[in-house]
Design a protein around this ligand. Structure first.
Ligand SMILES: [Zn+2]
Ligand SMILES: [Zn+2]
Length: 395
């Protein structure tokens, strides 16, 4: 999910806790709350935590892993060790619209008749679902393997961050005409910042990506909640905390009585989630503001992240992540002052090592530039459809 400039230059380091392979061990991390780890094959991440919330009705699971047979097998095994079956699940909560979080949700909803809760902004596609439902197990395994092979060859930022899970890309799912390719980020060049030329992937790669997208179609939620909504699970009341930034639809769950926060990807113990710049506004502003929001929640004693170990100091981790973004913005201002007027692509090359150059690095650079523009630290203008940024001199 996150590798930072200079990483490659250093000696090999022990894996970060978010990169540890999924353990079969199940731990009760708080009364009535189980941590179960599911394997994922996203570059840069080793597992996703599926939390189980136990109550007298059965079980709620939060973020039930990737789509595909491998994750499903692990999910069933973990449930069995915990003394449950899929049919015992009455509710699924999905923190945000990334495939390692929503993957198993649709199948659980269908097989257990479970309620599926997301934030109200949860992104779904207008995909023709009939085709997907007729996938045989063999076909699903073949598509999954194609996706895994593709992930293993991939060298850029995390696949989770591919900006593919959006409505405007839906039309490209089953239609690989030139026109759709041209319009579809990240291979077309129609980025909000312009001036980006990323070659269309070869046919084989496009087929694998199509397979991934089919397997990755997000499920339809049965209950979409707003910020502040209360949800009864595991015998207590959880409050829905809307935390846009990593994605627009990101949701944390807060149990004020026991001081527990399910943080999803919003606050992770040792890595920083990707922030994608968008046409809609200052995503980094939303992210930083909602970091402050969760840091200010009363009496949080335990953060339960979607990747990595439970951690106790949520406000301390928030400070560290904010500091990281401050440093990035300072570096960006310095680069801009040195370069003079420059494009997002040029500036991204100053921030990221060459192996990460590309649309995702540009997207994060764009997010930082738009945030700096919001505080008048950079100015921006448009030259023939390409955005040009220049830092204001430091005072
Ligand atoms: Zn995510
Ligand atoms: Zn994630």
């Amino acid at each position: 999910m996150v590798r930072r400039p200079g990483d490659s230059a250093r000696a090999p380091r022990p894996p970060k806790q978010e990169q540890e392979t999924a353990s079969e061990e199940i731990t009760e991390v708080a009364p009535g709350v189980l941590r179960m780890q599911l394997p994922i094959w996203m570059p840069g991440l080793g597992h996703v935590n599926m939390y189980g919330l136990m109550d007298d009705r059965g079980l709620t699971v939060v973020d039930p892993g990737l789509p595909g047979p491998k994750s499903w097998k692990a999910l069933k095994a973990r449930l069995k060790s915990a003394g449950y079956g899929v049919k015992d699940i009455h509710t699924v909560v999905v923190t945000h619209s990334h495939p390692d979080h929503f993957g198993g949700a649709g199948r659980i909803k269908k097989e257990a008749g479970a309620e599926l809760i997301t934030h109200k902004a949860f992104t779904t596609w207008s995909l023709d679902r009939t085709g997907r439902n007729t996938l045989s197990e063999v076909e699903a395994e073949r598509l999954e393997q194609a996706a895994i092979d593709e992930a293993e060859r991939y060298t850029g930022p995390s696949l989770e961050e591919l900006p593919a899970l959006r409505d405007e890309d839906a039309s490209a799912l089953d239609d690989f005409t030139e026109e759709h390719q041209r319009q579809s980020v990240p291979w077309g060049g129609n980025t909000p910042w312009g001036g980006s030329k990323h070659p269309m992937p070869p046919l084989k790669k496009r087929v694998a990506i199509r397979a991934m997208r089919l397997v990755f179609a997000p499920p339809d939620p049965s209950r979409r909640v707003k910020h502040g909504a209360s949800i009864q699970l595991a015998g207590r009341t959880w409050l829905a905390i809307h935390t846009p930034g990593h994605t627009l639809d990101h949701l944390c769950l807060y149990d004020p009585e026991h001081g527990i926060l399910l943080t999803g990807d919003h606050v992770l113990p040792s890595i920083t989630p990707h922030i994608a710049g968008s046409k809609q506004g200052d995503a980094l502003h939303s992210y930083l503001a909602t970091l402050d929001l969760v840091a200010a929640l009363d009496g949080v004693k335990l953060g339960l992240p979607a990747h990595g170990h439970p951690f106790d100091d949520v406000p301390g981790r928030v400070d560290a992540i904010k500091e990281h973004h401050e440093e990035r913005m300072e570096k960006l201002r310095d680069a801009s002052l040195a370069l003079g007027p420059a494009t997002v692509v040029d500036l991204s090359h100053e921030l990221f090592p060459e192996r990460h150059w590309g649309v995702m690095a540009e997207s994060e650079t764009f997010a930082h530039l738009e945030h700096l523009r919001g505080v008048d630290a950079v100015e921006r203008w448009n030259e023939d459809g390409t955005l040009i940024y220049r830092a204001a001199p430091r005072t």
